[in-house]
Structures are given as C-alpha cells and as structure tokens.
Design a protein around this ligand. Structure first.
Ligand SMILES: C[S@@+](CC[C@H](N)C(=O)[O-])C[C@H]1O[C@@H](n2cnc3c(N)ncnc32)[C@H](O)[C@@H]1O
Length: 237
C-alpha cells in the first residue's frame, strides 16, 4: 500500500517536473495573464501571513521561478528556494538562493527555518501527510507555515464562470503564449486540491496549530496559515 503511494508520488513528481520544465520560459507571463495580474497581490498577502520579522529564514518550497522568494526578499526576509524543475529555477533572479530538490526530501537540517511558504504546488502531491511531516522537521518550534493555492468559488454562478474561464480561456492563452496541453491540464488539476477538512486533520496530526484560512479574490485563491506547535516533530503516519 505504502509502496503504491510512493510510486504514485514518484510518477506524479516526474510528470509535473517535465511539464514545468517545458513551460518555464513563459511561466511568469502566463501567471500574470491568466490571473489578470492578481497573483502579485496574492503573493504579497501570503508573505504577510507568515507574520515573521525581517531577517527570518523562510524556505520557499516548489519555488518555481522564485516569485514568492522575491516577495520575501522585499519584506526583508531571507528566502531559500527549492524546486524539482531545473528550467523553472533557471528563470529565477540570479541573486536569489535557489536549489534543485524534492520537497519530500528537503536538503535542509532539522529545525533550521523560521518559516515555510509554498505557492500553488499542493496539487502536485498525492498525499499531504509526508509533505507536512517534512515541513515540520525543518521548521523551528513555533515556526510558521503558509500555503498559497488556487481555489474554486463556492457560489454556483461564480463557480460556473470560473469553470468556463479556466477550461476555455486559460488553454487558449496557453496555446498563444506557451503550451496548450499544459494549460489544458492545469484547470483540471484543481481536482487534486487537498480536501479542506482532510488538510486540517493532516496539519493537526503533523503538529500544526492555530490554523487560519483566508479566501482571496472571490474565492479563486486561498491562504492556509499555521504554526508548528513547540516541541512538535512531524509524523508521516
Ligand atoms: C505552479 S508552480 C508554482 C511555482 C511557484 N511556487 C509560484 O508561486 O509561482 C508548481 C511548482 O512545483 C514544483 N514541484 C512540484 N512537485 C515538486 C516536488 N515534489 N518538489 C519540488 N518541487 C516540486 C514544480 O516544479 C513547479 O515549479
């Protein structure tokens, strides 16, 4: 059972890495276009949700082209970006400390970061538990975790509009500016968003407390923030 989950995760990580390597060059532009420029304010809100002081070391997991790391820098924090896709990292500002690595096996010492932030990557993990356990390992006690993700609006009409937009206009923009297949897949990947109730259980069982939720832009994005309980070490079981 465990082996099957491991294999499913390895397969998903490999196909996600290949996809992001292919779309890396136009990734930032596509983000700006398909979010109608809102992604910049979502990132600022995510960094603010860390509630950390200047100088804090923050791991930017699945950092991609480093957009969140840039915001962390602007806020006076010290980002360390990690991503599996080499071509995405190549697009990052050269001044940003980024390195290649898998979020499920972070090349980072225990209890070495005051904060962890992860933007738009939860859909790429088969299960949240191993990821959260690894995050709990690298955070200091009382360290902060912020997850920024897309979401689907709750009201029926808004949901239909959002669905239409993401299944027609986003692939069209992808076709013109980047790669249609990848941007056809991304809206469907919303189905892999963690179930909110299960995410809360997973957070609590890996040692996270004070969980807060913030809905952004009529519910098309969300921030989940929490703190690692002092004395806690994440458990994947
Ligand atoms: C949608 S992009 C988000 C990039 C960036 N966080 C942002 O805010 O724009 C998702 C990123 O997750 C990375 N990723 C997916 N699975 C990963 C894993 N297991 N370890 C590290 N990075 C991973 C992909 O390579 C990709 O760069």
């Amino acid at each position: 059972m465990l082996k099957t989950a491991d294999k499913a995760q390895r397969d998903r990580t490999a196909s996600v890495r290949d996809m992001f390597d292919r779309i890396a060059v136009r990734y930032d532009l596509m983000n700006r276009v398909v979010s109608l420029g809102m992604d910049a304010s979502w990132r600022r809100a995510a960094v603010a949700s860390l509630q950390l002081s200047q100088g804090s070391t923050v791991l930017d997991l699945a950092c991609g082209t480093g957009a969140l790391s840039e915001e962390l820098n602007k806020a006076g924090m010290q980002p360390v970006g990690i991503d599996i896709a080499e071509q995405m990292l190549k697009q990052a500002d050269e001044a940003l400390p980024v390195s290649i690595g898998d979020c499920l096996r972070l090349p980072v010492r225990d209890a070495s970061a005051q904060g962890v932030i992860c933007g738009f990557a939860l859909r790429h993990f088969v299960s949240m538990r191993p990821l959260l356990a690894e995050i709990a390992r690298v955070l200091v006690p009382n360290g902060r975790l912020v997850l920024l993700e897309l979401d689907e609006p709750r009201p029926w009409l808004l949901r239909q509009c959002h669905c239409l937009y993401s299944r027609t206009l986003i692939p069209l923009a992808g076709k013109v500016l980047s790669e249609k297949q990848a941007y056809k897949y991304l809206p469907y990947s919303l189905a892999f968003l963690p179930d909110p109730k299960q995410l809360e259980v997973d957070l609590r069982e890996t040692g996270f407390i004070d969980i807060t939720y913030q809905s952004l832009s009529l519910g098309i994005a969300q921030i989940v923030a929490s703190s690692l309980e002092s004395g806690s070490r994440g458990s994947a079981n």
